[in-house]
Design a protein around this ligand. Structure first.
Ligand code: NOJ
Length: 751
């Protein structure tokens, strides 16, 4: 017995010695007992300058499936991974595919540093949600957070660590195709939406079910002249601070891990090399701790801007401004070693940038388990699950905006048993689904045709195409539609633009409804049947002509996987529409930019009234067709009794605003109660209205609620041209209503 004990003790001792030996052999960066910063410091000491340059390099991956690793087209990139020259890939997706290339990085490169996989997951990965612009019309921040969390859950299961979302660019120009990717024209609201999306995507970044967000495009990319993609931007510092920068600031405050440079210039200096933006504002003033990635090729494109002479100069200027990762222009990986050798960039500057990227690789747990996100079983279980689709349906129906509803033609009456469904977009899944659908498949989506069939039975829907994909029509197509309409109780006409015409590189000078569709609607109108127009589009279009050609108008945007079911729920009243516009709908293209928070000018034109010698158009009204915050319900809401808790407050105090809202119709419904202010006199002139609060409330038919808001000095402040916050004494108007135009008003003084 004694002998056995002795052997056992010996065994323990040997075990202890080996364990100690191996823990002392473990490089410090692999030691999980140390802090992330200690591990980063150790790793940086071991890396060559070329390996550091590699961490700053993000390449477009294409597809890296097993055999494709040996594909000659991809071989060069795989070799770069082996050489430690790639820190991140974009456009490599799938558990199996990401694992394959991760293995090369971890097992075959000298330092074995794992790679970050990124992708444009803009409104869902496999389960596709409404485009961000539509989603924002729900005014439901919690819903947006949940939608983003599902996008993250699906993406992370497919090997991704990082998405290039949310886009927080404020834009007032619907010609710009990218408005589909944002939250509309309002800065205050845009900041709240950005924070909700970031929260949903990132969580705490420690459970492999969330991914890093990338706020883009820093900064002011939404101000591209004439709405043309990749165009010049010229905004005043006052506009920069008050209108454009706050959404990025709100994103930084919400903890966004990364931010993307924009393509444009700000004050004549390209954003990717703009040290005022990146170093001064982002890092120093806002204390941003994450890392900055260029937009696609934007370091190299400093040359096109006329800001850098060659690739080496471009790499130097971008890095010296504080920008870090180079997406796809390869100028950093190529030239950084020489720049350091020549003393143009210090090792300390390099380490600062590389350290930030390594930080997230540690934070995500990739050094412990590089394949943590590449899990085929999880991928199979999570992607496109029934639960995810159920959320997508909720999101889609709350994104729809009812713009017009004459004689309450909607919801469809039970007696409307025969429906003429007209229009290519009612059936063509590709056109109602894209753009920017990550790995979503149009075939999986529910078309409007299918949705209505699901809801009302196949027998009640008679479909006709009405127009062609190239937006032409013919006598035959029109006659078919008219014949169908003549036999129906109600016509549902789907018009607008293919979703494929929204998004990057899809600027349009003409956002009127195509002529072929107008012709079709005119012919349908002659049948005398009620016409419900559904607008499929990734941007607000000019619907002025449609006002007279329709009985009801439903803005459906691009709603994703559950389009048809969501539309059917709204049309039948199974869901009472509650969406409100987040971008003004122009009356005419020539009016753009048109937005609610404009300035009064020296000669404000009365509305309505005589506009002679005032700031006006001779041929059209100044007002948009539908203002910001506008949207109808199947019930009606009345506002009364607007009250302020004080007629004057000190800067340290706040004022309570209360209003009664009553559901005066026959159906339960949701209303977005909106609060606006106007600072009447200021040292820098302020807009005629500014959104400062909102609440989405549920009211039963006949029910009333008192809704309360609080306004404090922060809400009454603005920025000067240097970004300093100013709160000035003076008179403020307060407006409350169901949109930005129809409001009750009261006022108070700030002393
Ligand atoms: C260019 C776009 O501007 C940006 O938003 C996108 O994330 C990148 N390409 C990557 O695809």
């Amino acid at each position: 017995m004694k002998k056995v004990l002795l052997v056992f003790q010996l065994f323990l001792l040997v075990g202890l010695i080996t364990a100690q030996k191996s823990s002392t052999n473990l490089p410090a960066y692999k030691n999980t007992q140390l802090s992330i910063n200690q591990r980063i410091a150790d790793l940086l000491k071991r890396m060559t300058i070329q390996e550091k340059a590699g961490q700053l390099n993000q390449l477009n991956g294409g597809v890296f499936t097993g055999p494709a690793l040996n594909d000659p087209g991809q071989k060069g990139k795989v070799q770069m991974v082996r050489d430690g020259k790639v820190g991140s890939f974009l456009n490599v997706t799938g558990a199996k595919e990401t694992r394959a290339i991760q293995e090369v990085a971890v097992k075959e490169s000298r330092m074995g540093i794992p790679i970050l996989f990124a992708f444009d997951v803009i409104h869902g990965y496999k389960t596709i949600f409404p485009i961000p612009l539509a989603e924002a019309c729900s005014w439901d921040l919690k819903q947006m957070e949940i939608n983003s969390a599902i996008s993250a859950k699906e993406s992370s299961a497919a090997g991704l660590h990082w998405t290039f979302a949310p886009m927080v660019d404020i834009s007032t120009d619907p010609r710009w195709g990218r408005v589909m990717e944002g939250a509309g024209e309002d800065t205050y609201y845009g900041g709240l939406v950005a924070a909700a999306r970031i929260k949903g995507l990132q969580g705490n970044l420690d459970d492999a079910a969330h991914i890093m967000a990338c706020v883009k495009h820093f900064a002011a990319y939404g101000a591209v002249e004439a709405g043309r993609e990749y165009n010049h931007v010229d905004v005043s510092r006052v506009a920069l601070w008050n209108k454009y920068l706050p959404t990025y600031k709100a994103s930084v405050d919400a903890g966004a891990a990364t931010i993307m440079n924009s393509f444009n210039v700000v004050d004549g200096i390209p954003a990717s090399a703009n040290s005022f933006l990146v170093d001064d504002v982002l890092k120093k003033r806002w204390g941003f701790k994450g890392f900055v990635v260029s937009d696609w090729g934007s370091f190299g494109e400093l040359i096109n801007h006329g800001y850098a002479t060659d690739d080496k100069d471009a790499a130097m200027k971008a890095l010296l401004s504080g920008s870090m990762m180079d997406m796809e222009s390869k100028v950093v990986v190529e030239h950084l070693p020489a720049l350091v050798k020549e003393g143009k960039i210090t090792m300390q500057q390099v380490d600062e940038a590389v350290g930030k990227i390594l930080y997230y690789k540690f934070k995500l747990g990739l050094f412990e388990d590089p394949y943590k996100f590449s899990d085929e079983a999880r991928e199979k279980a999570v992607l496109f699950s029934p639960e995810n689709r159920a959320v997508a349906l909720k999101a889609a129906q709350s994104s729809i905006v009812l713009l017009k509803n004459n004689n309450q033609v909607l919801p469809l009456k039970k007696s409307a048993s025969k429906i003429a469904l007209v229009g290519l977009y009612a059936k063509s899944k590709e056109d109602m689904f894209d753009f920017w659908i990550a790995n979503g498949d149009a075939k999986d989506a529910v078309s409007i045709y299918e949705g209505l069939q699901n809801k009302l039975g196949a027998g009640s829907i008679d479909y006709s195409q009405g127009y062609n994909a190239d937006n032409t029509t013919s006598e035959t197509l029109i006659n078919e539609a008219v014949k169908s309409a003549n036999n129906a109780d109600v016509v549902i006409a789907t018009i607008g633009l293919s979703g494929k015409l929204g998004g990057e590189e899809r600027s349009l000078a003409n956002i009127n409804i195509p002529e072929a569709q107008i012709q079709l609607l005119k012919a349908l109108q002659k049948t005398g049947k009620p016409i419900v127009v559904l607008v499929n589009s990734g941007r607000p279009m000019v619907l002025t002509q449609i006002q007279d050609l329709s009985t009801a108008i439903v803005q459906c945007w691009i709603l994703g996987t559950e389009t048809g079911n969501a539309v059917a729920n709204v049309l039948t009243g199974a869901y009472n529409p509650s969406g409100k516009t987040v971008m003004s709908f122009p009356y005419a293209v020539g009016q753009i930019p048109v937005y609610y928070n404009h300035f009064n000018t020296n000669r404000p034109a009365p509305d309505p009234g005589d506009g002679a010698w005032k700031s006006r158009y001779r041929d059209i009204p100044n007002q948009p067709l539908y203002p910001f915050g506008y949207g109808l319900s199947y019930t009606t809401f009345a506002y009364s009794g607007l009250k302020l808790s004080a007629s004057a407050i000190a800067k340290t105090e706040s004022v309570k605003v209360s209003v009664n809202v009553t559901n005066t119709g026959k159906m339960d419904g949701e209303e977005v109660v909106q609060l606006y202010i106007r600072d009447l006199t200021a040292s820098i002139v302020r807009p005629v209205k500014e959104l400062k609060g909102f609440q989405k409330i549920n009211l039963k038919a006949g029910e009333s609620k008192s809704v309360e808001f609080t306004l404090s000095a922060k809400d009454l402040s603005f920025y000067d041209a240097n970004g300093k916050t100013i709160v000035e004494a003076g008179k403020f108007n307060v407006f409350v209503g169901g949109d930005s135009k129809n409001t009750l008003m009261s006022s108070f003084d700030l002393k």
